[in-house]
Design a protein around this ligand. Structure first.
Ligand SMILES: Cc1cc2nc3c(=O)[nH]c(=O)nc-3n(C[C@H](O)[C@H](O)[C@H](O)COP(=O)(O)OP(=O)(O)OC[C@H]3O[C@@H](n4cnc5c(N)ncnc54)[C@H](O)[C@@H]3O)c2cc1C
Length: 504
């Protein structure tokens, strides 16, 4: 039995990236940590599936912001390069526009000049200006907004922060901002579509997220050999080496709390098989809205989270093909139909556009181990609205429409035989994301990253009442994406260690 008043006895709910990284950081500082995971293996949204010899990353595929990964390794006393075999991807993206014209984004400035000038004379210099500004936004936003642990309202709302908001263009819409640099609609798309990685429409998102285009071209887009799941594997094995105990197939059913007039605290967790595990500190990596609704007793607080806005979901097709398609790069984005309308359909109608945008990750050209020899592995993602219980959403027919549309679109581009070469197929709908990882509304990126849900206004990394209950992961500050979730793990671990020190 644990002594549950000892804060160094930690239980973490969920072995997603947030849970694993928090566990490893705490274990390195001497805490005894157990991670309870409902699935049979770690990773959550940074997961992997192997079927018929094809290996698929199931969620994250883009390794961006390498310095944030490196910081996590360093905090664990390790060097990233000793664990991950990273290969730089260039061109970063193969883009196909609605009119079937194509553009490959690259860090090679000579090539980029030729490609951009062919689309819009003068646009190369303006791209340099745009990226220069985005770099400045990146350098400011990282320490002052994303990496900062806002603990009180005055820390967030004050003249100095207002200055930062203006400097990082937090009050300017990304699509309005991009029009200052490019007239051609294709270039406007090429430098805003990445907002979808935050589960956001570029018509709603602040221009702050231009930092993503900067980091992709300046710091690079990378591929860890073995796929993004290598990040999960490596961090899990470092955590185990530091003494963390992982228990799989262990869904937590309740966070146990006690409250007196003087003191309110979490005392441990109860598993689905009724087993009670006491703890001095509880960390929830399971998505925040789910934790409030299903694991904690306070329905009013859960309602408050439910009223917040969630990001979009995705329909996934994981295709194992018995042929290779050299026409594709590692990351391919197909923009289709009307750009603005496509985001209205996803975010306002919570549905899917008639002509949906889609993304294909085809890792075999970087890493032949991802498919049997001579074959191809495709991860096809179609952004769609999240589950909306107020309207009728016929997901099987939306899924069938998406599949047919993708095959037709590829055929129009000359890939006419794809369907005949699909040997293996697995598909996820928003409900699968919800059921598999307990993601509210099947939202793949959790709570939206709109301005009113960022920084101090995003749920914090510590519960406001139970001061030994902490939150990490995509729906907490600072937000979604593997590197961003690694920041949340760093902030939560720091707070836990500070609080433990203070309570001694
Ligand atoms: C389709 C898709 C594409 C993405 N692409 C990228 C990308 O290219 N690059 C990038 O950086 N990021 C990407 N992301 C985002 C990134 O994967 C996530 O932000 C990150 O992995 C989330 O980690 P997490 O720890 O917050 O949550 P999760 O990964 O959701 O982990 C939470 C864990 O808690 C477990 N759990 C839930 N309830 C319980 C319970 N009751 N008891 C025990 N365990 C429980 C879940 O099973 C899960 O393993 C993508 C995400 C998706 C879904």
């Amino acid at each position: 039995m644990q002594n549950n008043s000892d804060r160094s006895q930690v239980i973490i709910i969920g072995a997603g990236i947030g849970g694993i990284a928090t566990a490893a950081r705490l274990a390195r500082h001497g805490c005894r940590v157990t991670v309870l995971e409902k699935c049979e293996k770690p990773g959550g949204r940074c997961g992997r599936m192997t079927v018929d010899g094809y290996t698929f990353d199931t969620g994250a595929t883009l390794f961006m912001l390498p310095e944030l990964y490196a910081q996590t390794f360093a905090a664990l006393g390790e060097r990233m390069q000793d664990h991950l075999d990273l290969r730089r991807i260039d061109p970063t993206y193969h883009l196909t526009f609605p009119d079937d014209s194509q553009l490959q984004l690259t860090s090679d400035l000579q090539q980029m000049r030729a490609r951009l000038e062919a689309i819009e004379p003068g646009s190369f210099e303006r791209m340099l200006h745009y990226l220069g500004e985005a770099g400045r936004i990146h350098d400011l936003a990282m320490p002052k907004m994303l990496g900062r642990d806002f603990r009180s309202l005055p820390e967030f709302i004050n003249p100095r922060m207002l200055q930062v908001f203006l400097q990082v263009k937090a009050l300017t819409r990304h699509t309005s901002y991009i029009r200052r640099f490019f007239k051609d609609a294709r270039l406007q798309m090429a430098f805003t579509f990445q907002d979808m990685y935050m589960g956001l429409s570029p018509y709603e998102s602040p221009a702050t997220y231009s930092l993503m285009q900067y980091t992709e071209l300046a710091d690079g887009l990378w591929y860890p050999m073995g796929g993004m799941y290598r990040v999960t594997e490596v961090l899990t094995s470092i955590a185990e080496k530091l003494g963390v105990r992982f228990v799989y197939n262990a869904p937590v059913e309740k966070i146990l709390v006690e409250a007196t007039r003087k003191n309110a605290r979490a005392t441990g967790v109860q598993l689905a098989d009724d087993q009670v595990l006491p703890a001095g500190t509880v960390v929830a990596d399971a998505d925040l809205g789910y934790v409030y609704r299903h694991l904690l007793p306070d329905a009013v607080a859960a309602d408050r989270i439910d009223r917040k806005e969630y990001g979009c979901s995705t329909i996934m097709f994981y295709w194992g093909l018995d042929k290779q398609y050299p026409q594709l790069g590692p990351h391919n984005l197909f923009l289709c139909g009307d750009y603005r309308q496509s985001f209205e359909d996803i975010f306002k109608r919570t549905s899917m556009p008639d002509e949906p945008n889609f993304y294909i990750h085809a890792p075999v050209r970087l890493d032949p181990s991802m498919a049997p020899a001579g074959y191809d592995t495709w991860y096809v993602a179609v952004p769609v609205g999240h589950i909306n219980n107020k309207i009728s959403q016929d997901w099987p027919s939306i899924q069938a429409h998406a599949r047919a549309f993708i095959l037709q679109r590829l055929a129009r581009l000359g890939l006419t035989d794809v369907e005949a070469h699909i040997r293996t197929e697995v598909s996820y709908l928003p409900q699968d994301w919800q059921n598999r990882y307990n993601l509210p509304l099947g939202s793949t990126h959790g709570l939206s990253h709109k301005l009113t849900q960022m920084a101090y206004l995003r749920p914090h990394n510590r519960h406001s009442r139970y001061h030994n209950l902490y939150f990490v992961g995509a729906s907490t500050h600072p937000g979604t994406g593997v590197p961003t979730v690694l920041i949340s793990a760093g902030l939560a671990a720091k707070r836990i260690l500070e609080d433990a020190g203070a309570s001694k």
